[in-house]
Design a binder for this molecule. Structure first.
Ligand code: AMP
Length: 463
């Protein structure tokens, strides 16, 4: 769970990257980093915390018109500053920095081999393996060394690299994670999601295609297809939960996909009720779709506090039970005496849903019908979304009826797998390229085999 951004040819590269990362903050809040190049050398800055924690003075120390940045939520490696990206190194051929979104499935094997061969790692992140492989490659041009390195790794990667005078963008052959190209006046920009382009007023050009490498330097932009083609497997959970609804990724509006998921959900799991309430923000667009399809009025029966940051320190045991109340509060006026449909995108462990149902009942809801705009989450992700182990995923060992009993709702309806894909298809625009998706978190069908120990740290967001 990370966001990446890059810019080539802008006099305020650091500031533009700061803004771009700001729009991608939802993709990771543990650490943030920016590396610029002034043409002679790279200037890195990384810190724990949010992009907004960079001061004006810190940005002013990042000169040059070429930059990449990263926001991180760790899916592999600990949450410490030495794992913050971009990683920047100097080696025999100059300097290089890397920003990675995704997860490599053979990183541990590769790392072990590299260490046996004498490599010394600075971090515990899987992304650093790529840097070591690049440093060892024998080719002269950086793009060729990157290809040699990437041919040895397996898994999910959307990557941005800079050297002193080049930017290289690559997406893995299956295209698990998004990556887009845009134009900002005379400069090129790259971002995980198009919402970053909106903020800096850049024009979206297209996505970096799965398996494509884009190189930008003083000669202009070139693109290569260095890998053997694979059927694409864009992560469907980006649509369901992870991407921002104002982004267009995978050739479709994320908002439209979520609305369509909600419509489909209303068709598959109708219920007599008085009001449709979203769990904000994750369930909002799907709840709007559910309300439109069912004709049941939509209302904001839960209000979210936007000030519960990742930096939140767990309160002492005595007040810990406030839990979800720090983030959500019920609006009694809307809920009292009502039969409520509450819509969220997923149930992970079930703890949030259980607390929400209780909160709605305490606010006077007469009935609570929980609707989930995706199929049951039964399997962990090994390609860059942070989900807990199987044993912690409630749907891996419980039926929807059992889950309904646990969360104490009157009824529970999950969208079917077919319904989810119909909604994804329904939201395509005439220009969308129909691609296959990765749905391993719902089906356990992993498109790339994973190795034991792939995920060295399995933690969950304090959602
Ligand atoms: P839980 O209490 O564990 O069932 O969490 C359910 C909530 O987590 C839902 O509101 C989801 O929107 C949210 N969620 C789903 N996937 C993730 C994820 N990978 N990281 C953080 N939150 C998530």
């Amino acid at each position: 769970m990370c966001g990446i951004f890059g810019v080539f040819g802008h006099p305020e590269a650091a500031n533009i990257t700061y803004l771009g990362l700001h729009a991608l903050q939802h993709r990771g809040q543990e650490s943030a980093g920016i590396v610029t190049s002034d043409g002679d050398r790279l200037h890195p800055a990384r810190k724990m915390g949010l992009v907004a924690d960079f001061s004006r003075d810190e940005l002013a120390k990042l000169p040059g018109n070429l930059a990449i940045g990263h926001v991180r939520y760790s899916t592999a490696g600990e949450s410490i500053v030495k794992n913050a990206q971009p990683f920047t190194v100097e080696y025999a051929h100059g300097a290089i920095a890397i920003s990675h979104n995704g997860n490599l499935v053979n990183a541990n094997d590769l790392r072990r081999k590299l260490e046996m061969d004498g490599s010394i790692f600075q971090s515990t992140s899987d992304s650093e393996v790529i840097i070591h492989l690049i440093a060892r490659a024998r080719e002269l041009e950086i793009e060729h060394r990157i290809v040699t390195a990437l041919k040895q790794v397996e898994g999910a990667y959307s990557l941005l690299f800079i050297t002193e005078n080049k930017l290289v963008a690559v997406r893995d052959p299956m295209g698990f994670r998004p990556l887009c190209i845009g134009r900002l006046k005379d400069s090129f920009v790259f971002a995980s999601e198009t919402c970053a382009f909106d903020l800096i007023e850049a024009e979206f050009i297209r996505e970096v295609e799965p398996g494509e490498m884009v190189i930008i330097d003083s000669k202009g932009m070139r693109t290569y297809r260095p890998f053997s083609p694979e059927p694409s497997r864009f992560c469907v959970f980006e649509h369901v939960y992870f991407a921002r609804p104002d982004s267009t990724i995978d050739g479709r509006s994320v908002y439209r996909v979520r609305e369509a998921l909600g419509r489909k959900l209303a068709q598959e799991h109708p219920v007599d009720a008085d009001v449709v309430v979203p769990v904000p923000d994750s369930g909002t667009a799907a709840a709007i779709g559910y309300a439109r399809q069912s004709g049941i009025p939509y209302d904001m029966g839960l209000i979210r506090s936007h000030y519960v940051g990742r930096t939140f320190i767990e309160p002492q045991q005595s007040i810990r039970h406030f839990g979800v109340k720090l983030k959500l509060n019920a609006v009694k006026e809307i809920l009292h005496g009502k039969r409520v449909v509450v819509v969220d995108d997923s149930i992970v462990r079930g703890t949030t849903s259980r607390k929400i149902v209780k909160m709605l009942r305490n606010a006077g809801a007469r009935e609570v019908h929980l609707r989930i705009s995706a199929p049951p989450t039964t399997h962990p992700c090994f390609y860059g979304i942070d989900t807990p182990t199987r044993s912690e995923l409630i749907a891996s060992s419980h039926t929807p009826d059992e889950i309904a009993r646990y969360v104490t709702c009157d009824s529970l309806g999950y969208l079917s797998l077919e319904g989810m894909f119909e909604a994804v298809r329904a939201a395509a625009n005439p220009l969308s390229i129909e691609r296959r998706h990765c749905d391993a978190c719902f089906t356990g069908k992993y498109p790339i085999e994973f190795r034991p120990g792939t995920i060295s740290s399995l933690k969950r967001i304090v959602n």
